[in-house]
Ligand binder design. Structure first.
Ligand code: ZN
Length: 372
């Protein structure tokens, strides 16, 4: 492992994500792990609940990823903090970033977790969760590279489930006021980092569940399947969907009319008070707000498939104007049924903006003495 850089992402910086990152920082400080390049991904802001779950109070109002780096900087110093890169975005907005990293999946929605898990299928991954019943439970689901994922595809059922927490029709929040203070994340985060440090010992996926003080480890003999080979399309978000289709057709040496594209995330139409309906890729969190008039909108169509005729209809629309996730993946399916996976190259400047969320706190710059 010496000389190698561990490319890691922590997705979701709530209770569990905060403590997982903290344990990673401690492991780095103690020299337990090689040089790391750690992306911290969350779209949220530190609020009162986040403070009760671990964030220092002086970080209230910061975007969580930058707050996390600031907390690491304050605790372990700039050498550890410099290995951590804040990404203020939803996981579904940055698939290209997550596809080539080991991931700690610390989100509470199963749909989101499945999405990240399927992206990182060729890498080591660990879903970290906690629960409180009569006894506290910590749960890790660990998948060594190329074994399996939480789901094989980001299917419509998973999408529907992700949408249940916020109405896909109106975007109105249906999430209850969760977030009681509890120390569970400390234990779960430490266990997850322990699993990462000992990953060379494990070749099959497993679940480790600790309920109270009783650990239970079970192998997960799921549909173990090697990750599909994926070709990178070197197009930026100035490209149109028609261009994507034509480049793929050329790569596969087929006619564009013999191809269908299936996107990772759906392309939706929404109606609002504006004369032109909204058209764009939809990513969690679904706000349901029109980016132009900021009014409530109603979902009228959602599809993950694009045919050549539809791509021509959209010929003037660029991936940027359609709010495409950065490094979006897709399958190209030929008329004979064979398919090939593709992913657009990831560029930070292509990360789509968050749409229709409440106005966020100032994106505070990290400085050495910003908490003084
Ligand atoms: Zn509008």
């Amino acid at each position: 492992m010496s000389g190698e850089v561990n490319r890691i992402a922590v997705v979701g910086l709530g209770n569990v994500g905060y403590w997982t990152t903290t344990a990673l920082g401690l492991a780095m400080l103690g020299g337990l792990t090689a040089e790391c390049d750690i992306a911290l991904v969350d779209f949220d802001t530190v609020d009162e609940r986040a403070v009760r779950k671990g964030y220092p109070p002086w970080l209230r109002g910061w975007h969580k990823p930058k707050a996390m780096v600031a907390a690491i900087n304050a605790t372990y110093g700039v050498c550890v903090a410099n290995a951590m890169h804040p990404v203020h975005a939803a996981a579904q907005s940055v698939p290209g970033l997550l596809a080539d990293r080991d991931v700690f999946i610390c989100v509470d929605s199963l749909g989101d977790a499945q999405f990240v898990s399927s992206l990182a299928r060729s890498r080591w991954q660990c879903r970290v969760s906690t629960g409180v019943g009569e006894l506290a439970t910590h749960c890790l689901e660990v998948f060594p590279p190329d074994t399996a994922a939480l789901s094989d595809v980001y299917d419509d059922a998973a999408w529907a489930q992700a949408g249940r927490r916020q109405s896909c029709m109106t975007g109105e929040s249906a999430r209850p006021l969760d977030g009681a203070a509890h120390p569970l994340g400390i234990t779960a985060g430490a266990l997850a980092v322990q699993a990462y440090l000992s990953r060379a010992l494990d070749s099959v996926p497993y679940r480790l569940q600790v309920t109270g003080t009783r650990p239970l480890r079970s192998d997960l003999w799921g549909p173990a399947r090697k990750a599909a080979t994926c070709r990178v399309l070197d197009l930026d978000h100035g490209a149109t969907i028609d261009r994507v289709l034509r480049d793929i057709a050329r790569d596969l040496a087929v006619d564009v009319d013999d191809l269908m594209l299936t996107w990772e995330t759906p392309l939706v139409r929404r109606h609002c008070a504006c004369p032109c309906p909204y058209l764009g890729f939809e990513r969690y969190p679904v706000s349901g707000r029109c980016p132009t008039c900021n009014g409530r909108s109603i979902l009228v169509a959602a599809s993950r498939e694009t045919l050549a005729a539809e791509a021509r209809e959209l010929e003037h629309r660029t991936l940027r104007s359609l709010h495409a996730p950065a490094g979006i993946g897709l399958s190209a399916i030929r008329r004979d049924g064979r398919s090939q996976r593709y992913r657009l190259a990831y560029r930070q400047e292509d990360v789509p903006p968050l749409v229709g969320l409440p106005p966020s706190a100032p994106n505070t710059q990290l400085t050495e003495d910003s908490h003084a």
